[in-house]
Ligand binder design. Structure first.
Ligand code: GLN
Length: 538
């Protein structure tokens, strides 16, 4: 039977609970334990696929095609292995299953109630995530005290009552330092632990998230008021790179303390590669300037880049592997529409366009692509970034002035990108949820291409999330003008990778390679992209 660690959050959201979970997984895995992380989202959506990007952040797609929360991406990057459907749970999934069973008379005439039926279904999912694992780390989304997450805490309480030796709770909470006081305050943490207590839960550890590390005095206050040992108050301060956090937790012997409470043996730890990574990150000084041109940066007065987190991390992985310090410039494509690509993009070493949907800001993206192509700046288009590169090429190289994707212009005279036939049927029936082309699909790469040289093999598996595709009616015409179709589905039908000749690096991929890059194993295409940028800069 696996052991369980439940991680809750307090005081504010966006604490970095996901990074804490991933880091904890890293130091436990470094001891040879099989760790299974799980994220629970409290919303009623069945998956993250139908939530507006600026609202939710990135939708991370698993190998087996589930549209999940970006924290799954953090777990995969830290643990260095793929996760699956069992690693992601939402309130929507729980209720959908209980209601389905109720209609199927699976409860045989019983009253179907929140407790035990909903809690049982939650516990069943927790157990499913633990199959084949020694330790399951469950990150409970949101903050303690929110009405909608109460039932999940109840499920963890019941589990602990049944198996007291196998379950611990860790509370991650924020310690503010109000500017006018200049002192780190612990009261909000105390109060959020009280809130847990009122649900019958006593955490074994409190992890304090703060700008600076916590001093002894703060630890003593938290220990006293939260009813735990001072040694079980862990400090998790802001650091230069998130990849330092496993080492910060390791220094405080967090894994040893956890294993001790769970009755597991402490084993020899191997963090050699991880330490080398962090040293490399700190040493990288010479910059490489990469523009990420997208459309989901806005949140009121603030610029957010959460939507592109996997792309951003993948760019960093590749830059570090090349001994460079990544300097990322967020470019809202609507600014290019106003000011022109020259004004906004001059001076960058590389241009990347990540995935997206809809028509807002698209002309700005197309201008950015044209700029990269004409000025011979390394260009890397992911999903929508590949599709729009085809549109740009059709318009400005092949002379099909009215070329477009039918996502933007359904009546386009030259629909070089069009909807996949099965997708059209689904949209007509308003079947939006989980119906895109999702998950890992094989791609065959042609010999003698930039992509083949980067991957070093003929067949690769990459993850997808799209409804539109390259229109084969235009393939010959665009190829005649210098477009290279370097990757296709094994039957040759779906265009998966395009390149253009006589350019330092111009590659567009229909898939999302960013879902497979890890800091210890940067993705080969990201690596080739930035290697070209480094070379050009020289
Ligand atoms: N909107 C495009 C499609 O649906 C691209 C999707 C994406 O970038 N993930 O095909």
């Amino acid at each position: 039977m696996p052991k369980f660690i439940f991680i809750s959050g307090g005081v504010i959201s966006g604490l970095g609970k996901g990074i804490t979970t991933a880091s904890l997984g890293t130091i436990l895995q470094a001891r040879g334990y099989r760790v299974s992380p799980m994220k629970v989202d409290m919303y009623l959506n069945v998956d993250a696929g139908t939530i507006r990007p600026v609202e939710h952040g990135e939708v991370f797609v698993t190998e087996d095609g589930l549209e999940t929360d970006q924290d799954l991406g953090n777990y995969e990057r830290f643990l260095g292995r793929p996760l699956h459907r069992v690693n992601y749970l939402t309130t929507g999934q729980v209720y959908a299953e209980v209601l389905r069973k109720e209609r199927a008379f699976a409860y045989e005439g019983e009253d179907v109630e929140a407790i035990p039926h909903i809690t049982d279904e939650i516990i069943r999912r927790f157990d499913a995530a633990g199959k084949g694992a020694d330790i399951v780390i469950v990150e409970l989304g949101g903050t303690v005290g929110e009405y909608q997450n109460g039932i999940f805490f109840e499920a963890t309480r019941i589990m602990k009552m049944r198996r007291p030796k196998d379950i611990i709770q860790i509370h991650v909470a924020y310690l503010p330092v109000p500017g006018y006081l200049g002192e780190m305050k612990t009261k909000p943490v105390q109060q959020s632990v009280r809130m847990l207590n009122s649900m019958g839960i006593q955490p074994e550890f409190v992890v304090g998230r703060s700008e600076e590390s916590m001093d002894d005095r703060r630890k003593e206050r938290i220990a006293l008021f939260c009813n735990i040992d001072k040694r079980d108050v862990i400090s998790n301060p802001d650091v230069g790179s998130i990849y330092e956090i496993p080492l910060i937790l390791e220094e405080q012997k967090f894994a040893d303390k956890i294993l001790n409470k769970l009755g597991l043996r402490n084993r020899k730890v191997d963090l050699k590669k991880w330490r080398a990574l962090v040293t490399g990150i700190k040493r990288a000084r010479r910059p490489i300037k990469i523009a990420v041109v997208g459309k989901y940066f806005g949140s009121g007065k603030y610029q957010l880049s959460d939507v592109y987190i996997s792309v951003i991390e993948s760019l960093k992985h590749a830059a570090w592997a090349l001994g460079r310090k990544p300097e990322l410039v967020w470019v809202d494509s609507q600014r290019i529409e106003k000011l022109g690509a020259d004004e906004v993009l001059s001076g960058v070493d590389a241009i990347a366009v990540p995935g997206g949907f809809g028509s807002r800001g698209i002309e700005g993206i197309i201008s950015a692509i044209r700029y990269a192509r004409e000025k011979k700046i390394p260009y890397y288009g992911l999903c929508y970034g590949m599709q729009l590169a085809c549109v740009e090429f059709a318009r400005n190289v092949a002379g099909l002035k009215e070329a477009n994707t039918t996502e933007v212009d359904p009546k386009s005279k030259h629909p070089v990108i069009h909807i996949m036939p099965e997708q059209e049927k689904k949209l007509l029936k308003q079947e939006y949820g989980a119906t895109m082309r999702l998950g890992t699909w094989p791609c065959k790469i042609a010999r003698g291409t930039v992509s083949r040289a980067a991957y070093g093999k003929e067949t690769v598996g990459e993850r997808h999330r799209h409804r539109y595709e390259f229109n084969n009616a235009y393939r010959k015409r665009l190829e005649a003008k210098g477009l290279v179709v370097s990757g296709t589905s094994p039957d040759g039908h779906l265009v998966e990778i395009i390149e253009i000749k006589d350019h330092p690096f111009f590659v567009g991929v229909q898939f999302h390679p960013e879902f497979q890059s890890t800091p210890l194993k940067p993705h080969p295409l990201f690596h080739a992209f930035l290697a070209a940028a480094v070379k050009r800069r020289k």
